[in-house]
Design a protein around this ligand. Structure first.
Ligand code: C5P
Length: 231
């Protein structure tokens, strides 16, 4: 895969117009665009369709978590939009993940599962009644997601190696929390450089502000692609 194709740019902006401006500057330089809850709630499925109709790869990052029947039909709708990646919370359980996987089967859409949100720490997991250590919970949920039919997981840089060891080479690992050396960390506490994430075994890197917040997003994307090329 061309290193650029591994880059997924998070369009964390408040509406379709600023998103279009970013897409205009980055098209052809990155592999996909991520539409998350903020942009989807503001601009809706019409904007997702606008991107996919123009030939852009889209990761629809809505992290579905509901009863299996509801998630199965929501994921079917997401696949109909022509998205390449959609995701659910692995905590929704085997039947829910399997329903989502069924809706992706035969489409061009791949299903990812979120294991434990990176915003959790051991104390906040205990607070919601999950006493496991985070790496154990991540490993357990990644395996559950794989057995239920997910194509991969979203994982922080420090979880890449353990998931790769648990789930094998064909399982997709999509990693946010990427910061080029010297870049602002923002609110990412446990960041890795693009090269380190790739070497640890990530398939795709989700990158937002290091590309979108600077004066020249295209140059930032090119620099990260060059770093991946070296790695
Ligand atoms: O701007 P930045 O590179 O931090 O953006 C990272 C993107 O990845 C954001 O859209 C964020 O919501 C998402 N994400 C994350 N950590 C996770 C899951 C998703 O940063 N565990």
């Amino acid at each position: 895969m061309n290193p650029r194709d591994r880059l997924i740019v998070a369009l964390d902006v408040p509406g379709a117009d600023p998103a279009r401006a970013l897409v205009g500057r980055l098209a052809g330089r990155v592999g996909m665009f991520k539409v998350g809850q903020q942009l989807f709630t503001a601009a809706g499925p019409a904007f997702v369709r606008e991107l996919t109709s123009a030939g852009h790869g889209v990761f629809l990052d809505l992290k579905y978590h509901d009863i299996p029947n509801t998630v199965e039909h929501a994921v079917a709708a997401a696949a109909t939009l022509g998205t390449r990646l959609v995701n659910v919370h692995a905590l929704g359980g085997r039947a829910m993940i399997a329903g989502a996987a069924k809706s992706c089967a035969g489409s061009g859409t791949k299903l990812l599962a979120v294991t434990i949100l990176t915003s959790h720490d051991a104390a906040s997991l205990r607070e919601i009644g999950l006493p496991m250590a985070i790496p154990d919970a991540v490993r357990h949920l990644a395996r559950l997601a794989q057995h239920a039919g997910a194509d991969g997981v979203v994982a922080s840089p420090e979880e890449i190696a353990l998931i790769r060891a648990e789930c094998g080479p064909g399982f997709l690992i999509v990693t946010p929390g990427i910061r080029p050396a010297g870049a602002a960390r923002d609110d990412q506490a446990r960041a890795a450089t693009p090269a380190a994430a790739l070497r640890a075994g990530a398939d795709y890197l989700v990158i937002g502000r290091p590309i979108t917040a600077g004066a020249d997003p295209a140059a930032s994307a090119d620099a990260i692609a060059a770093e991946l090329d070296q790695a």
